[in-house]
Write a protein of this length. Structure first.
Length: 338
């Protein structure tokens, strides 16, 4: 195992929230490492929706790769790996990845969550199986849609989809509904067809898009796509080990700038409460990055520091490390040449 020099900020997770945090902390002059195990919800996107300035022809992987190149261009250290543990030390945190041990003054957890998947048979993700209502409902205007599940969320999403189409089926797949009696009355007052029979097969077109499901009662129902509603599994193990306070649903408790209940630990993106959207995650990362800058920046020195240490020597400035200064000079020169 190799041991590396101290970083100001270690970001764990390479989704939009973690990448944006790293972008801000790096450009604000803090030596930053981002450790990414790969995968994640954004990487599964075949097309990017609801991100202003980014066309829908951009895949999730293309979106993320561009962001990685951006943070590296500003001088961040990007690493592929899985963080096995994070421990507090006297001067910060020790981060172990299996083949490396890193030290950092601050840690940002951007580990997100995984959507609980229903049992197969299922269409391909992004071609009839969709997890983001706010991103993808627009795709199904006037199209036949399914919602898969038997809980409160499934019932409410089925009713919400009536804002976009008049052809909505709620597939319980043979499970007894767990939604409340009040929700049941509400649901049955809406034109949603509740289908109890389980799915036995999937039909797709030449382009890979879902066309229909077949059911155990020998029926066939056509769909353009739909939403499975089986909950989320938050990747909160590191947060829990560090002692961060968790909400009942498994998300990490934070303040408005991503600070957790543990001093020096921040959390951003889908690991925290709120809408699971790329722009929201990017906003979380930006706010956390700025808060980290306020927390870590060297200047201005306080009056107490000045009284204890004396006036600031010109040799102490700038506070940016030599490595980031070099990256900034190269980047700014390239910008000027363009």
């Amino acid at each position: 195992m190799t041991s590396d020099a101290m970083y100001d900020v270690a970001v764990v997770g390479g989704g939009p929230a973690g990448l944006t945090t790293a972008l801000y902390t790096t450009r604000l002059g803090h030596d930053t490492v981002l450790i990414n195990r790969g995968g994640g919800r954004a990487a599964m996107m075949l097309d990017t929706h609801n991100v202003i300035g980014v066309t829908e022809s951009v895949s999730g992987n293309e979106f993320l790769q561009t962001a990685i190149e951006q943070i590296e261009g500003y001088g961040a250290d990007y690493r592929r790996g899985f963080v096995e543990s994070i421990e507090q030390t006297d001067d910060g945190f020790r981060v172990e990845t299996g083949d490396a041990e890193l030290s950092s003054e601050r840690v940002v957890l951007a580990t997100g969550f995984s959507d609980a998947r229903p049992d197969p048979p299922l269409p391909r993700t992004g071609r009839g199986l969709h997890y983001c209502l706010h991103c993808d409902a627009y795709m199904f205007v006037d199209e036949p849609v399914y919602v898969m599940g038997h809980n409160e969320s499934a019932a409410h999403v089925a009713m919400i989809m009536l804002n976009f189409t008049d052809d909505v089926d709620l597939l319980t797949r043979g499970n007894e509904p767990t939604w409340s009696d009040e929700t049941d009355r509400q649901l049955r007052a809406h034109p949603v067809d509740i289908v109890d029979a389980d799915v036995t097969g999937t039909e797709t077109g030449p382009d890979g898009w879902l066309e229909a499901f077949t059911f155990e009662d020998d029926t066939r129902r056509a769909y353009k796509g739909g939403f499975p509603m089986y909950g989320s599994e938050y990747n909160n193990e590191l947060a829990e080990t560090l002692g961060c306070e968790l909400n009942d649903d498994g998300t990490v408790v934070i303040d408005d700038h991503g600070r957790t209940s543990v001093d020096g630990v921040y959390a951003v993106g889908d690991l925290t409460p709120g809408h699971n959207q790329i722009p929201v995650a990017m906003g979380d990362g930006a706010k956390a990055g700025i808060a980290l800058h306020y927390d870590l920046r060297t200047f201005p020195k306080s009056l107490a520091e000045i009284e204890a240490e004396g006036t600031v020597d010109t040799e102490e400035v700038p506070a940016v490390s030599d490595a980031l200064r070099q990256s900034a000079r190269q980047h700014n020169t390239a910008e000027a040449d363009d």
